[in-house]
Write a protein that binds this ligand. Structure first.
Ligand code: ATP
Ligand code: MG
Length: 1225
């Protein structure tokens, strides 16, 4: 049976064959014996291509079967061949290879992609960059490239390749700008990237990098916007993770003098580093350069970390070079390094309870006084002032005493720790902002920029065992980006198809607006509730959390932590967290630090001392800062991010969009390993499966007629300029020799099928050379088509001339015929009578002969005859001469003369009678014999008539029966109509419920997979029960019916059903089996129709299309007792024409229904030998519908007699039919 892709929890999909059709779906036997056979619902089974299993495709839309299974397979096959890129229409999928692929990004490769359309070269980020550039040029619109994927999927690497491509190709003339744009990356990565468990070089901030172009389309400058630097990492990296690379780079790579000057030793000497991983990334060569004093204990013990891209020793030199090329002087750079070191020393300041303070205040631990000294000197702040600002805070009283009196409030140990960390975070994050600013200043663009290409590299959807405010913000951002993707690719696209009348089937997708509302709505959005909480006199995270649950109590997207699938989440209290069901899966957030993280303001005394610092850089960092000016006016981190995101989305909406979807093939960060389930989950989260579904019928490239025309207008000679835009476009496409099915004309634009980018780009390339060449082609095409038209005209004229000649000839024939007719009408009667009278002469001759035989009265008789002769001559004369004689008179004359002749003859014959008696006797005998034969013939004729009458009667009976059934059905239908309406409404509601349910089921599955991944990563436990699978209504009804019936066939195998049908004598069981057997066939065929090959439509039709279609149209009412008798044998005949086939070549389809199901079937094809099929053997190819469903009994003239069917059956060699009940094994 069919080769299919079957869902598998670890591989994603595995290849197998359907072996059984069961109640809940089908049983699949994997082709690879290492996998177990399994029973899956049809929604988890997809058709696979049988031949060429290892063939791969550049564009997934080119595959024969567009489904999740083949998508994953194609990506997997290519991955193992080092082909990491593929397209789905014009979206690029990039799989992280975790290794260098030779020549993939080399200079010659860059050159190869320049000016090439998507699809002309193998898929590549360069192709996307080139497309963006050409779109910008042609459409005169800035472009965005959105690079997405989860941590470690390769977003940042892709971004770098994109920028490199743009700068190398169009930045050469820009001089140092090009290098500066490229230099931005190592700098940003040093300060903004860190090693995490998921990625050694994980970007802990988001960025949108714009490359600006001037009028002549050369790089003119750039701009970087950055989002949400992760601050918690600065003070406490955890487990195997590290803090930002810069700390380690300075300790491993900075010259000794600098390290000494800044008091830098080894990572485990610093509180802010020692909680995490303290090893460096180094190559073995550079490892040797490290002294023992630079290495942490762990590094000394376990050796360095390895990564193909990272090396802390070398990266410092790279960073320093990049910073200086970006225009930072030696002094500037020293200030930056000093600030970084200051953060570390600040972290080493520790506090203890102050025994001298009665209010529970704290003091700097005496042993850490040195750290305080170094930190304050590096920060340019007086040590005593720093100590004071850390140990206490200044407050202005608003009540009691004199208003505005400044009071010093001593801090408790944990409060002082918090203040210190807040200061460190503020310094580091402001430093990061400052560096980005400096980069932006060194690549200015404002004056000369016309358009830009922006590349968005922002963290993908994130989920950990413990999720906090950072994850909340990043996932909020990803919800927005997902919505944007859905809008651009799915929603707008489908709307456009509808508007342009392209009749592309609808693809449904989950709208995540509800989730976005949940977060950002003005009044009760989570961000707003959080801000409101901060403004309360005593903000508390539990209160904040309860408020959220209170406002969103009935919202599906949000839930209590205890509904999480992960055990560790379920132990959280209701007011300690919330769970959001994101599009990519459920994430449980712990709210404990939400309030702190949402507020990045320093308290006033700290703010004051940094602003007064003697260090110029520190001063600059805090020049315009978000000091806590009052609870009611502060701008929260969340709110700032929301605004930034709004601006970003606005930019994205204005620009042309290109998507790159990055996939991480395994969690181990190694090459050559493709984890199917992991990759499939990402493909789904990134919306690729929905796009594939859309592209099955979609048209990814398009251009309005008017735009195309305008683009070419200036190059058109006058004779082409007159053409209407649409006509011009048609002429152009025909001149390119495109096939009709590769493109489609909408109302206002022309659309191209996936994989036709090259042709599309050819017409869209607006350089004069290309335009001229195409215009020349169009001209050639028009001349050609005009020449063809002229030829056609000449031929038509010749044909017309021939027709005139032919008609002239025909006219003569007509004239001749008419004249002849008139003449015959005028003279005909007289001539006819005259010739008849003339014929009487023959009688006269006979009379003369008789007279000659007579013995007596010979002479008188001869006289009489002569007299008669004269009379005849006289009568003829009279008729001849009288032109006006009436036909009646002629007839009278004729009758007269005939009577006379007859009389004469009579008397003569009487005379002869006696003589001829003997001869007469013999003649009579002969006549009798003749009559005998005639009688027999008549009897035969009568028998035949009777048989015909019998057939007619049977047919009439059949017709009466049909009418009766029709009447009965009409009555039932009338009764059912109201029922149907009610049911339809119910079904519509059910369908909606079902869709919603399916969405939730999908969400459940996603949640489950996510939890599973987390559990694997953290050795956690997840809820044991797998996501419940609700049986579809149909299956439920079916099972209910089965349960009610006498037999429960739900456990029966498909082959068992068939065997029982073929062998059992128990009529009831047999009927039940036949019913179940055909039900499963129906489900299977429906699945197959959905999974059909794209190229060949409607192969394997099992009954004429008219029958299948009418069955599909009949509303599915609840099964009533069938009108048709289950025991009846009925026969039908229906003509069929293959779709798209020649109408004159009809075939015939014969079917014999034994009760409700088909028993025998004949297909008479016009050009093929007849096909005879028998139930029990050929069921797969036979009509699976019940007689009731086919509607055949309602088709006038379709039913035929048994003998008619059998005649056809036997004619083609069919054997004798035995009813199932009568069969013996
Ligand atoms: N095209 C590529 N060729 C070779 N190696 C790659 C490629 N893309 C990614 N890698 C490897 O994968 C690692 C992670 O990639 P990258 O830093 O781009 O991920 P990311 O998606 O930006 O993750 P994050 O969200 O954590 O920042 C890189 O450090 C590199 O080792
Ligand atoms: Mg990154």
């Amino acid at each position: 049976m069919d080769t299919v892709w079957a869902r598998d929890p670890t591989e994603g999909f595995i290849l197998g064959r359907i072996s059984e059709l069961l109640v809940e779906g089908a049983e699949v036997i994997p082709i690879n014996p290492k996998f177990q056979r399994r029973v899956l619902p049809f929604s988890d089974i997809f058709k696979a291509q049988e031949d060429d299993k290892d063939k791969d495709y550049d564009d997934n839309c080119e595959m024969v079967f567009l489904n999740e299974g083949s998508l994953l397979n194609n990506i997997r096959i290519r991955y193992y061949q080092n082909k990491i890129y593929t397209y789905v229409a014009n979206i690029l999928i990039a799989v992280n290879p975790y290794k260098d692929i030779p020549q993939l990004y080399s200079a010659p490769t860059i050159k190869n992609y320049q000016g090439k359309s998507l699809g002309q070269m193998p898929p590549h980020v360069f192709a996307v960059a080139d497309k963006a550039f050409r779109d910008m040029k042609v459409l005169k619109q800035s472009q965005s490239i959105i690079v997405s994927g989860e941590s470690g999927a390769g977003k940042t690497e892709s971004t770098k390749h994109l920028l490199k491509y743009l700068c190398v190709n169009w930045g050469a003339q820009a001089g140092p700008i090009e290098q500066k744009i490229l230099d931005a990356n190592p700098v940003l990565e040093a300060f903004g990237n860190a090693k995490t468990t998921r990625n050694n070089n994980s970007s802990r901030f988001g960025k949108f990098m714009e490359v600006h172009f001037d009028k002549s389309l050369h790089v003119a400058g750039g701009h970087i916007s950055h989002y949400l630097l992760e601050k918690s990492r600065i003070c406490s990296p955890q487990g195997d993770e590290r803090s930002y690379h810069i700390f380690y780079m300075m300790m491993a790579g900075a010259p000794e003098s600098l390290r000494k000057q800044l008091g830098l030793t080894k990572p485990d000497d610093y509180n802010y580093l020692k909680t995490g991983c303290t090893r460096y990334f180094t190559s073995s060569a550079n490892e040797k350069k490290l002294s023992a004093g630079q290495k942490s204990a762990d590094h000394a013990k376990s050796g360095p970390l390895r990564d193909i891209l990272l090396d802390d020793v070398e990266d410092f030199t790279t960073l320093d070079g990049a910073l200086s090329r970006l225009g930072l002087s030696d002094a500037d750079r020293l200030q930056i390094y000093t600030t970084v070191a200051a953060v570390l020393h600040l972290g080493n300041i520790e506090f203890e309870d102050n025994p001298e303070d009665t209010r529970g205040g704290c003091r700097v631990s005496p042993s850490k006084a040195k750290a305080l000294d170094i930190a304050s000197s590096l920060l340019g702040i007086d040590a005593t002032e720093l100590r004071q600002a850390l140990e206490s805070r200044v407050m202005q009283s608003s009540r009691g005493g004199i208003k505005g009196t400044v009071i010093m409030v001593p801090l408790k140990v944990y409060e002082a720790n918090n203040a210190r960390d807040a200061l460190a975070k503020a310094i580091y994050s402001n430093l990061f902002d400052y560096i980005v600013n400096r980069i932006n200043q060194s690549i200015p663009f404002q004056a000369s920029s016309s358009y830009y290409i922006g590349v968005l590299d922002i963290a993908g959807f994130e989920f950990f065992t413990v999720n906090s405010f950072e994850q909340f913000c990043i996932n909020y951002c990803n919800e927005k980006l997902q919505q944007f993707f859905n809008e651009v690719i799915l929603k707008f696209e489908q709307e456009l198809y509808r508007r342009e009348g392209l009749s592309v089937p609808e693809v449904s997708f989950v709208d995540n607006q509800d989730c976005i509302d949940l977060i950002e709505t003005k009044n009760h959005g989570i961000l707003n509730i959080l801000d409101e909480e901060s403004k309360l006199p005593k903000p508390a995270y539990n209160h904040f959390t309860s408020e959220i649950h209170k406002h969103w109590a009935n919202e599906y997207r949000i839930a209590l932590p205890r509904s999480s699938k992960l055990k560790s989440h379920r132990s959280l209290r209701d007011d300690e967290g919330f769970l959001i069901r994101h599009f990519a899966g459920a994430v449980c957030y712990q709210t404990k630090q939400f309030l702190d993280k949402n507020n990045d303001a320093l308290h006033a005394s700290l703010e004051g001392i940094v602003q007064d610092s003697k260090n110029k850089l520190i001063q600059t960092l805090f020049a315009t800062s978000n000091a806590q000016k009052g609870k009611l006016t502060f701008i929260s981190v969340g709110n700032k991010f929301k605004t930034q995101l709004l601006e970003l989305m606005e930019k994205l909406r204005k620009n042309g969009t290109n998507f790159i979807r990055c996939i991480k093939p395994n969690n181990k960060m190694i090459d050559g390993q493709f984890d199917g389930a992991l990759s499939l989950m990402q493909l789904k989260c990134l919306g690729m499966t929905s796009v594939l579904e859309l592209m099955e019928h979609g048209y990814p490239s398009r251009a309005p007629f008017a735009d195309l025309y305008n683009m070419y207008k200036d190059y058109l000679p006058p004779e082409l300029k007159k053409l209407e835009p649409k006509i011009f476009c048609e002429a152009m496409l025909h001149s390119l020799k495109l096939r009709d099915k590769d493109f489609k004309f909408g109302v206002s634009r022309v659309f191209f099928r996936p994989g036709k980018f090259a042709e599309f780009d050819k017409i869209m390339k607006s350089d004069p050379e290309n335009l001229k060449a195409i215009v020349a082609d169009v001209k050639k095409f028009l001349v050609k088509s005009r020449w063809l038209k002229a030829q056609f005209c000449a031929l038509t004229v010749i044909k017309l001339k021939n027709k005139i000649i032919y008609r002239k000839r025909a006219l003569i024939v007509v004239q001749k015929t008419v004249r002849g007719y008139l003449t015959r009408k005028k003279y005909g009667p007289r001539i006819k009578v005259l010739s008849k009278i003339k014929n009487l002469n023959g009688n006269l001759k006979k009379m003369e002969a008789i007279a000659g035989q007579l013995k007596k009265e010979k002479e008188s008789t001869t006289n009489d005859i002569n007299k008669l002769k004269n009379e005849i001559v006289a009568t003829m004369d009279k008729i001849k001469k009288d032109g006006k004689i009436q036909p009646s008179a002629i007839d009278a004359l004729y009758a007269q003369i005939v009577a006379k002749v007859d009389n004469q003859m009579d008397s003569l014959q009487k005379k002869l009678l006696a003589q001829k008696n003997a001869e007469e006797q013999a003649r009579l005998r002969k006549i009798q014999e003749e009559m005998e034969r005639e009688k027999k013939r008549k009897e035969e004729e009568e028998r035949r008539l009777k048989e015909e009458e019998e057939n007619r009667r049977k047919k009439a009976e059949m017709e009466a029966k049909r009418k009766l059934e029709e009447e009965q059905r009409r009555k039932q239908e009338e009764a059912d109509r109201r029922e149907a309406e009610r049911l339809q409404a119910e079904q519509a509601k059910e369908a909606l419920d079902e869709r919603r349910y399916q969405e939730r089921l999908e969400q459940e599955r996603q949640d489950h997979e996510l939890a599973l991944r987390l559990a694997q990563e953290s050795n956690g436990q997840i809820e044991e029960s797998p996501p419940m699978i609700r049986k579809s209504e149909a299956v439920k009804n079916q099972q209910a019916a089965l349960a009610k019936g006498k037999y429960d066939l739900s456990k029966w195998k498909y082959s068992e059903l068939r065997d029982t049908i073929n062998t059992s004598c128990d009529i009831e069981l047999l009927e039940a089996c036949r019913h179940e057997f055909h039900r499963r066939l129906k489900v299977y065929h429906a699945w197959k129709a959905k999974n059909r090959k794209r190229t060949i439509m409607d192969e394997n039709e099992r009954a004429p299309r008219s029958v299948m279609e009418s069955a599909a149209r009949t509303p599915k009412l609840q099964q009533k007792a069938p009108i048709l008798d289950n025991n009846s044998q009925r026969y039908f005949r229906i003509p069929f024409v293959r779709p798209g086939g020649d109408n004159s070549k009809r075939g015939w389809w014969y079917a014999h229904f034994d009760g409700q199901y088909v028993a025998r079937q004949i297909e008479l094809h016009p050009e093929k030998p007849p096909i005879l099929l028998v139930a029990g053997k050929d069921d797969m190819q036979m009509c699976e519908l019940s007689l009731e469903e086919t509607g055949l009994t309602r088709k006038r003239g379709a039913e035929i007699l048994e003998n008619e069917f059998n005649k056809e059956w036997e004619k083609h060699g069919g054997g004798k039919y035995v009813r199932p009940a009568d069969r013996k094994q």
